[in-house]
Design a protein around this ligand. Structure first.
Ligand code: DQA
Length: 141
């Protein structure tokens, strides 16, 4: 089984961007963390990041066609993008919405998500440790 890990805008800046909120793990470290976790779980993983909404939507479409589960940290698009929600609605193999920070303990505008209502589950606030947990869920399901 192949699991898609898709990261949205500004997540390529992990480690440099607001480390007090997102931690000191870099994006490159996050990729390695996911690849190691997947290898231990005996599943394949593809980890990608884009700052472009259309590119993210294209990857979601491809995952929907391939019937692959998706772990999605959509960054700020979580709170704004109906287009991303519409694309995610086609993910029959499952969707975990993931946030490194606890969005509910932050600004009001981060409390609403267009994705939560169509996601299998939501993980928020566990830092980058949320990624291997989400991978484990799909690997063991
Ligand atoms: C985030 C939370 C979002 O509100 C924010 O815009 C991000 C990252 C998180 O991982 O905590 O870019 O999705």
């Amino acid at each position: 089984m192949k699991i898609q890990v898709i990261n949205g805008p500004n997540l390529g800046r992990l480690g440099k961007r607001q480390p007090e909120v997102y931690g000191s793990t870099t994006y490159a470290d996050l990729v390695v963390l996911c690849e190691r976790a997947a290898a231990e779980l005996g599943v394949e993983v593809q980890v990608r990041q884009s700052d472009l909404e259309g590119e993210l939507i294209g990857w979601i479409h491809a995952a929907a066609d391939a019937k692959e589960p998706v772990i999605l940290n959509a960054g700020a698009l979580t709170h704004t993008s109906i287009a991303l929600r519409d694309a995610c609605k086609e993910l029959d193999a499952g969707l975990i919405e993931l946030h490194i920070s606890n969005v509910h303990a932050r600004e009001e505008f981060r409390h609403h998500s267009y994705l939560s209502g169509i996601a299998t589950a939501v993980i928020a606030g566990l830092g980058v440790a949320g990624y291997p947990l989400a991978l484990r869920y799909f690997a063991e399901r």
